[in-house]
Design a binder for this molecule. Structure first.
Ligand code: MN
Length: 254
């Protein structure tokens, strides 16, 4: 029986997490280690300025008062030590993690943190707003888990999976697209008459180039974009090398 570690960024009480864990229990032993509170857009941040606590919520269910990366760190080094998982799942997120959003995403970061331990990681997000129906995404996660456990992933690779609200046409292996619009900032006044700023959800507009995650979702497919932690721009690396930038040694002396 494979061992499956599950986290998310919407928090331990999110229905997306519960349905994912339930679906994965059909194929393996599931342990949930998830943030006690919502940590959306926490990216891969670690909590370093205060101690963390682990709450045992139920059998094989732990809440950590921190980020998804905190959860994986405590899972791998404390909660599961001596009983390490075969795969890490993160999700199912309320809302897509497409294109540029992957670098904001706590959902993606949960799977990424698992990949840093050499484990195959899968982040899964439901591209829907308002009401969320996780049924199809949960079933897809279970099927995908079987295939990834069978075939493995290259060391350090994670899968960023985005699922349309069902029915799903099938799977598309995609590349990361790009958003056109930036987030909005809503300005208001609080009860003490101080101005506040609230970062809002950007309009859903994106660059739908062929082969991107956005294109796949628009057409009703679930997208699978393989990601790595290495953010090096290899094309730019070669180009910038040819520019032969120099600095005079005296310019950098104190
Ligand atoms: Mn979230």
């Amino acid at each position: 029986m494979p061992k499956i570690l599950v986290t998310n960024d919407d928090g331990i009480h999110s229905p997306g997490l519960k349905l994912l864990a339930k679906a994965l229990q059909k194929i393996g032993e599931v342990v949930v280690v998830a943030p006690a509170h919502e940590m959306s857009a926490a990216s891969r941040s670690l909590t370093l300025t205060r101690p963390l606590r682990i709450d045992v919520v139920d059998k094989n269910q732990y809440a950590v008062d921190g980020t998804p990366a905190d959860c994986i760190t405590l899972a791998m080094n404390k909660i599961l030590s001596g009983n390490l998982p075969d795969i890490v799942f993160s999700g199912i997120n309320k809302g897509g993690n497409l294109g540029d959003d992957v670098t904001y995403s706590g959902t993606v970061a949960g799977a990424l943190e698992g990949s840093m331990y050499g484990l195959p990681g899968v982040a899964i997000s439901l591209v829907q707003r308002g009401e969320f129906d996780f049924t199809y995404a949960a079933e897809l996660a279970a099927e995908l888990a079987v295939q990834v456990l069978r075939d493995g992933l290259p060391q350090g690779t994670l899968l960023n999976v985005n699922v349309p609200p069902g029915p799903i046409r099938g799977l598309r292996i995609t590349r990361q697209g790009a958003k056109i619009l930036r987030p909005t900032v809503v300005e208001g006044t609080d009860p003490r008459q101080r101005t506040y700023y609230w970062i809002g959800e950007e309009a859903l507009t994106w660059n739908e180039e062929h082969g991107t995650d956005y294109e796949a979702l628009r057409q009703g497919w679930a997208s699978i974009t393989p990601l790595r932690n290495d953010l090096t721009d290899y094309q730019a690396l070669e180009k910038i090398k040819t520019l032969n930038w120099q600095i005079a040694p005296e310019a950098v002396k104190p």
